[in-house]
Ligand binder design. Sequence first.
Ligand SMILES: Cc1cc2nc3c(=O)[nH]c(=O)nc-3n(C[C@H](O)[C@H](O)[C@H](O)COP(=O)(O)O)c2cc1C
Length: 176
Amino acid sequence: MPLQPIEFTRFAPTVFHLFDRQWLLLTGGDFARGVFNTMTISWGSLGVVWGRPFVQVFVRPTRHTFEFMEHHGSFTVTAFPEQYRAALNLLGVRSGREGNKIAEAGLTPVAAAEVAAPAFAEAELVIECRKLYRATLEPAGFLDPQVEVNYPNKDYHAIYYGEVVAIRGDAKYRMD
Ligand SMILES: Cc1cc2nc3c(=O)[nH]c(=O)nc-3n(C[C@H](O)[C@H](O)[C@H](O)COP(=O)(O)O)c2cc1C
């Protein structure tokens, strides 16, 4: 069943489950030019700012995906049925620097509808984003000292806000 477009005001994800349990792929780059990379993410948010719907993602500068997030104007966030858990595991432990981990995971990159960054044929949810804002986490802002424990190597995440320009998903992601 092909994915249906979902207007953002009708988008009904279970956000905490989606990030923390289901996990997502974050993909940056340019499908038409054949330059892109993907990695598993479980940190991020969805919301509205400046009157626009956004996805916010956290990317350590050590990730290969970071280079694509920095140098390209769009990204996609995609979710998958449970049968792809092993693929998400692999894409979250192996780096795209080491070879074609996407092929190894058995996923098929495809063109997105509105942005240069690719989606995946196997996804059950595709959120297409245009980069709107980026910043690097500033440790002086950690109000709970325990947050710093996440950064023994001082590799503070870059955060990116992407304006949501298209959402496609299966019926469970859409309000009736
Ligand atoms: C469940 C899970 C969630 C992850 N979430 C994030 C995340 O939100 N941000 C991040 O920078 N890395 C995260 N990672 C780690 C990257 O996915 C991992 O380092 C990956 O191999 C990077 O691939 P790359 O070097 O090809 O970009 C996560 C890994 C897993 C398994």
